[in-house]
Design a protein around this ligand. Structure first.
Ligand code: ZN
Length: 164
């Protein structure tokens, strides 16, 4: 029970990071690495801010965690992300050896606001992928938690956003 609440709190923080990032010249995505002993590392999307197409929130969280921990192996860690990871981020999580990935909004939610990686997924769809890396959507039960779609609604109302 407490594990579920903690997972919800990390996921809620990822959503809040995503929304805050929209208001800081970034894309509507946030993520966190949480190590087995409870260390946390944030990541946000900086694709257009840094002209870096690989600067997805999940990748920046992995980069920060690895740099600060002095390792390239995040075994035992969980990656929480405000939106279902794209194939690049899933591959990055695999390379980083994280134990599992938990996301809030789904890929179809992202596609609805113009972030459609369905064509990328077609390369990688695999019925057995959960055997290699469990990836699951978690519904936030805490009424004080932010809505998973909040980063997107904030993004949609931001006139200065740079679509990509
Ligand atoms: Zn990605």
């Amino acid at each position: 029970m407490s594990i579920t609440v903690t997972a919800e709190q990390f996921l809620a923080r990822s959503i809040r990071l995503a929304t805050a990032n929209v208001l800081n010249s970034g894309g509507p995505f946030g993520a966190m690495i949480v190590t087995a002993d409870g260390k946390t590392f944030d990541g946000v999307n900086r694709v257009t801010a840094d002209n870096d197409p690989t600067a997805h929130a999940e990748v920046t969280a992995i980069r920060t965690a690895c740099r600060e921990l002095g390792t390239f192996d995040l075994s035992g860690s969980v990656l929480y992300t405000s939106c279902e990871p794209c194939p690049m981020c899933l591959a990055s999580a695999l390379w980083a050896r994280v134990d599992r990935v938990v996301f809030a909004a789904g890929r179809h939610d992202a596609a609805a606001v113009g972030f459609d990686d369905a064509v990328f997924y077609e390369f990688f769809e695999n019925q057995d992928r959960d055997a290699l890396l469990p990836v699951s959507q978690l519904v936030l039960e805490d009424p004080s938690a932010p809505a998973p779609l909040e980063p997107f609604t904030t993004w949609n109302t931001l006139e200065s956003r740079i679509d990509y």
